[in-house]
Design a protein around this ligand. Structure first.
Ligand code: ATR
Length: 285
């Protein structure tokens, strides 16, 4: 029997998710239909679209820009949130809470939200052989992308975490909010500074800003160095990565994170574990 999935966003035409999930389905030996779903940019439309989808028998949905926060609010008031979604304040994976469904709760009331973005990033770096245990890590950026990776990084065992941002108050507010949302984070000492103040030697530096979209470059200090540099963006030449490659760091863009978060969504929905390296090879062909 065909299982139905969507990715919902605005814009959505560019999404690679249908192609990625078809590769997973072929690997798992199951039949799926996975469609791009456009939605007007307002909460009422989003709720109407996902309710109709799940009411019609849909198994799972991915959520992308600009609906991740709306999806989080929606699930918080219904079937619940995973710890990662709650702390990120954002949902990228929707499914139905089976326990609630079994107790005769209406489908729309059973919507459950997870967030696989941060764990997708951690899994990708692990697959690259980048050591996270005891690592000294700097994240540049304090928006939604940064918020989603902090808990998975701490769970992966990083020792020292610094959040640097153009606007210092945003980094400080982020740390306050994350500490309030999670005991794991509250117990972990997170430093903050402006991007220009970020200096010294790190094991890993992650670019979680949206700067790749603007064409600007980050003002990185001359004395800032790392062994590994990761840009959560993908698909174009990224000055952040070029900067650290020229300083002999190992680098990666965020394409593997895209596959990694998708694989975790697929696993939540279907119970099938994906060989991400094999799927990535297929997608590159
Ligand atoms: P996202 O959800 O993708 O993280 P966001 O919440 O809008 O997007 O956050 C964007 C991040 O990129 C912020 O950290 C922002 O810095 P500010 O908080 O100072 O605005 C950062 N950013 C965006 N454009 C930037 C630029 N040109 N230079 C430096 N930082 C930039």
């Amino acid at each position: 029997m065909t299982q139905h999935f969507i990715v919902i966003g605005n814009p959505i035409a560019h999404s690679k998710s249908p192609e990625i999930h078809q590769v997973f389905a072929a690997q798992a030996g199951i039949d799926i239909d996975y469609q791009r779903q456009y939605c007007p940019d307002d909460a009422a439309s989003f709720t109407a679209v996902i309710e109709a989808f799940f009411h019609g028998g849909g198994v799972g949905a991915n959520v992308t820009v600009p609906f991740k926060q709306v999806a989080c609010d929606c699930c918080a008031a219904r079937g619940g949130l995973s710890e990662h979604a709650k702390v990120a304040g954002a949902v990228n994976t929707l499914l139905l809470n089976k326990t609630l469904l079994q107790s005769d709760v209406p489908t729309a009331e059973a919507l459950y939200g997870d967030n696989t973005d941060g764990q997708g990033l951690v899994n990708h770096m692990t697959s690259l052989g980048w050591p996270l245990t005891q690592a000294r890590v700097a994240i540049i950026g304090a928006g939604g992308a940064a918020r989603g990776v902090v808990l998975p990084l701490i769970e992966a065992g990083v020792k020292q975490l610094t959040i640097a941002n153009r606007t210092l108050t945003k980094a400080e507010t982020l740390v306050t909010e994350l500490s309030a949302a999670s005991h794991t984070i509250a117990e972990h000492d997170i430093q903050t500074c402006t991007t220009t103040e970020l200096t010294g030697q790190f094991d890993l530096i992650i670019n979680a800003t949206s700067i790749g979209l603007s064409g600007d470059t980050l003002p990185l200090a001359e004395e800032l160095n790392c062994h590994y540099a990761y840009d959560m963006m993908y698909g174009r030449t990224l000055p952040f990565l070029q900067h650290f490659e020229a300083r002999a760091a190992q680098i990666s863009d965020g394409y593997g994170m895209l596959i990694g978060q998708a694989a975790l969504s697929f696993e939540r929905w279907t119970g099938h574990t994906i060989d991400v390296a094999l799927a990535t090879e297929t997608l590159k062909q």
